[in-house]
Every structure is written in C-alpha cells, then in structure tokens.
Design a protein around this ligand. Structure first.
Ligand code: ARG
Length: 565
C-alpha cells in the first residue's frame, strides 16, 4: 500500500468514527477504468447497512473527509455510493519512486520457510511435455516467494523408486543388448515399452518385475548398480532441459532417499492404531464416513513400500529438517484424492503439521496434436521445445528487417521456449489448458513474443534518447496514456503479493500483459524523445521503469527478454 492510500484510509475511517461512532477499515484501490478516478472505494455500500443510512450519505462523509488530504484533486460520489478519488498528477507521478523498489528482491523476512515440491519426473522415462506444467508453475511460485523476501526450499522429488525399476530390470535382463551405462534415455524407454507389450501376452512378467523390485529393496548388489546407472542416465538428460527452462532446485531428493526412513513411521502408525491390517496382509488407513474417502494402502501385503509410504516419510523428514511454515506439492489434479488421503493420514498421526497444500493444475492439450501416441509413447518435452524454437526461427526469418537482432539463434530460443512457458503461466493453473502455437507465438496477443518485443521497444527508446538509467522525475500534468501506465506500474507490488498469496502466477503474467498494452498505447500517442524537456525526462524515466518491471516480472516467471528485437 502506498502512503497516499494509507492517508486516505486514515481520514475516511476517522470521519466515519466521528459521525457514526463505529470503527472500520476502508480500503482505496487503484482503478484503471476510465472515469472512475485513480483510487476508489465501495466501503460506503456495506457501511450503509451497518449504520442504517442511505449509501450516498455515507459516501458523502467519506468524500468530504478525503477531499482535504494532500495530493487529492477531487473526490466524488458515483453510482450507488462509490467514492472516486482523482489524484493530482504530481503526487501520482511521485509515487512511482516506490514502485521502483519492487524491482529488486525484498529484504529477507523471518517467516519459516516454504517448501516447494515440483517437477518430480519419474526416472527411466524421458520428461513428457506435461511435466513442464509442474516444473514451470513450481519454479515461478518459488521465484515469487523469494522475490518477496520469503525463504524457500525447492525439492525435486523424483520418482526413482518403485516397481517400475523391477520391470525395467527384467526387461534389461531379457532384451538388453549392451551394458546399462551405454543406454540412452530413449533406449531405456523402448525397453520399458517392450516390457508392457510383452506383459500383455505373458502375465507372469508382472510378477517377475514385482519380485525384482523386492530384491532391489532388500539391497541386491547387482540390481542396485543397475538402478543407480538408470538414475544417472535420466538425471543427466534432465539437466539440459532444466537449464533451458531456467529451473533449478535446492535439493534433488527422490523417493529412494526415504528408503531407510519409512520403517519407524510404519511402527508409529501401527502403535497409534492408525495403520490397520487390510486385505492380504496389507496395511491400510481408514477415513471417517463423512469424508467419503476410500481407505488408503500404506504398505503392501508382501511388505513392499509404495508411493504413499515414501510420502509419509518425506513429510516427516521435511518437517524435522526445515520446520517449514508450508509445504506445497505442485502436482497434477489427477492426484487430488491421493493428496487428500496423504494429508488425512498425516492428521491422524497427530503430528505438528505446517500448512499442506496440493497446488494442483489442470490437464494440458495441444490444439493440433495428441499428447500420447500409444501406451508409453509420450510427447516429449525436448521435442516440443525444439518445435517451438524452430517455429520461432521461421517467424524471425519471415519478419526479416522488422526484427533487429545480432543473435537470431539466441532470440529464437528465447521466443520459442518462452512461448510455451508463457502459454502455461498466462492461464489459470486450476483449469484445463489448451495450447495453440499461433496464439503462443503471436506478436500482438497475450504472448511471450509480445512481452519480449515490448521490452525491446522500451530499451530502444532509451538507447535513442541516450538515457541509460534515467531518474524518475515528477510532472504536474499527466496525459490519459501516462496516467493509465503510471497506475499500472504502481500496481506491480500488489500484483506480486496477490500472485503469491493464491499461488497463481497467471495474475503476474496477465498484469505484465496489461503493462505492455498500456506502454504501447503511451508510445503510440505521446511523443517521448521530442517532448519538452520536463515531459521528456518524465517519459524516459517511466519508459525505463516499464522496462525494468517487464524484465523483473518476466524473470520471476522464468522467462527471458531481449534488449533488441
Ligand atoms: N513423481 C510423481 C509423478 O510424476 C509426482 C511426485 C509428487 N511429489 C510427491 N511428494 N508426491 O506422479
């Protein structure tokens, strides 16, 4: 909140207290709608009911009070009882100084850390394109937290344990043609797919796979070596992808990390009567009728651990190690019931728990293709990224002279990867997402290239104006376009906070889009370089702040923006 907002609230609240004898909070928010002033409040509408007076009369009390606040040009009543406040250009332009401070990370806060669990691919398979959702959403939520001064712990909880390793080992045993370390990730996938094809004809294979995993869990040396090679091969190929996406983790702690941390929890669960014997010797947890949740298995009848067993140990370990304020699991909506069960079990164990959130996202699809061809054959992330980049390359060629760059390859990478990332982060993660290349690579729409182009345009203005780092100045009169852009720039901090609070990065993305639109309108309607001295200085300062907000925001969203384009 800006000083001016606080002052308005203060005087409005005091006037209401004096007139009606009640204490209340009145918030003035920025308004971007034409004709609604610069700051507006609807407080009179709800207060009216409380004090049993017509809303217009209550609004008048508020308007009269704020009219005398320094920096207010005019306070007026509109509609059923809104109070719209027009600010003096000088105080509005002066506030930009504060907006500038949101371009650098905030000072560290003392809150307990937030743990973010994202990306978490399953080992022995290439990263499917759908994995990019968790990866990008998780990293951008992480970046938002960090930018606002929170400490975070990011963890790649890779799926490196479980029956699939037994299956892969069986497949390798039968059909392997060279030492495991010579295998590429694609070749491993072929083995895995073959296992499933053959298992359809020969059911005993599944059993063999299960047994093989049991052996692995018991510590079989040969299988252990096989397993660690497979993990190495997978992670190596992931590293390249993560670098391309500007994603990184504080820890890679896969499911195997909890191998020796599960037994004590099994004991505790049994002792507390939370884990009960179910069918065929399995251990299960039941939930109260009203939750309508089916019982969850925590240990198989043959004593093998499962995904859930490892997640219980994971939660314990994270709580003991970092004493977090919250743990966010950025995982597909398909696991919704699973996480309800996990959180339900943790509650029954009566541990002292942080906030636990399944930060879910909807399904992804492309308007022009299928996500998977046949069983096991997924649309691979690196292929989709390559396609995006080659589409961007053709676009750059098509545009010819209209695009200035000394590095077309670098620009194509930035645009192509950015297009996919932006496509994800501009949609509400809770909904199913449809991707359309035309839209994602458009220079005019809500897309990465538009954001990148707008940033380059602002930089080009600064270069032409020979203004490297222009200071923000104030002016006594603002044009319509300047006024709108100013208000938008003032909203950067508030937007970051809203995106953080709800873990919704699309709020930031769509804000940046609005800034781009407002900047381009301003650029097209107001002279910058040829304006009178005072105005030129202010406009250059505002252009520079726009560029900085676009770049800072983009990087928080894992995007990159060019200086020329
Ligand atoms: N590897 C899992 C999958 O791809 C997601 C892991 C999510 N994290 C967790 N702690 N369960 O389905």
């Amino acid at each position: 909140m800006f000083d001016l907002q606080k002052k308005l609230s203060g005087s409005a609240e005091a006037a209401i207290a004096k007139k009606f004898g009640i204490s209340t909070t009145i918030h003035f928010g920025f308004s971007l709608e034409e004709g609604r002033g610069d700051l507006t409040t609807s407080a009179a509408l709800s207060l009216a009911k409380q004090v049993k007076q017509p809303p217009q009369d209550v609004a008048k009390v508020i308007a009269d009070a704020v009219q005398s606040v320094e920096g207010v040009e005019e306070a007026s009543i509109a509609g059923p009882g809104f109070v719209n406040v027009m600010l003096a250009s000088a105080s509005l332009s002066e506030a930009l100084q504060i907006a500038e401070s949101f371009c650098v990370p905030a000072t560290k806060r003392k809150d307990p850390p937030v743990i973010l669990d994202y990306s978490h691919p399953n080992i022995a398979k290439p990263l499917g394109v759908h994995h990019v959702l968790s990866t990008i959403l998780g990293q951008s939520i992480n970046n938002i937290y960090k930018h606002l001064g929170y400490s975070t712990v990011s963890i790649n909880h890779i799926g490196d344990w479980g029956t699939q390793f037994g299956k892969l080992a069986v497949a390798f045993d039968r059909w392997g043609t060279k030492p495991i370390e010579k295998y590429s990730l694609d070749e491993l996938l072929t083995l895995y797919v073959r296992f499933h094809d053959e298992a359809e004809k020969d059911a005993s294979l599944e059993d063999e796979g299960r047994k093989s995993f049991q052996q692995l869990e018991k510590g079989d040396k040969k299988l252990r070596k096989f397993w660690s090679e497979v993990v190495r091969i997978t992670m190596q190929s992931m590293d390249g992808l993560y670098a391309r996406l500007h994603v990184s983790f504080d820890y890679t702690q896969g499911e195997s990390f909890y191998e020796d941390k599960m037994a004590p929890i099994i004991e505790e669960g049994k002792r507390k009567g939370v884990f009960k014997e179910g069918k065929e010797g399995a251990l299960i947890v039941e939930f109260p009728e009203e939750t309508k949740m089916p019982p969850a298995i925590v240990l198989k009848g043959d004593g093998s651990t499962i995904y859930m067993t490892r997640d219980l140990a994971t939660a314990r370990y994270r709580i003991d190690t970092w004493h977090p304020g919250a743990i966010l699991y950025v995982v597909d909506v398909a696991q919704q019931m699973y996480f309800k069960q996990l959180f339900g079990i943790l509650a029954q164990l009566k541990w002292d728990l942080p906030v636990l959130e399944h930060t879910l996202y909807g399904r992804m699809s492309f308007s022009d293709r299928k996500m998977s061809t046949r069983k096991g054959n997924i649309l691979k992330l690196d292929e989709v990224l390559d396609e995006a980049v080659s589409r961007a390359e053709s676009l750059i060629q098509e545009r010819g002279d209209k695009i200035q760059t000394d590095d077309p390859k670098g620009l194509a990478e930035m645009m192509g990867v950015g297009a996919l990332v932006y496509g994800i982060l501009s949609q509400n993660r809770k909904m199913d997402m449809v991707f359309d290349w035309k839209k994602m690579l458009s220079f005019e729409g809500n897309s990465a290239p538009y954001l990148q182009y707008t940033h380059a345009r602002a930089q080009s203005v600064l270069r032409k104006g020979e203004a490297k780092d222009p200071k923000l100045t104030t002016v006594t009169s603002l044009s319509t376009a300047e006024r709108r852009l100013t208000k938008l720039l003032l909203l950067f901090g508030q937007t970051l906070e809203e995106a953080r609070k709800d873990h919704l990065p699309h709020k930031l993305t769509n804000y940046l889009y609005e800034v781009c639109q407002a900047f381009n309108t301003f650029y097209n309607s107001d002279e910058i370089l040829t304006a009178p001295t005072k105005s030129r200085a202010f406009r250059l300062g505002m252009t520079s702040l726009t560029a900085r907000i676009l770049k800072t925001g983009a990087e928080i969203l894992t995007l990159r923006v060019p200086d020329r384009m």
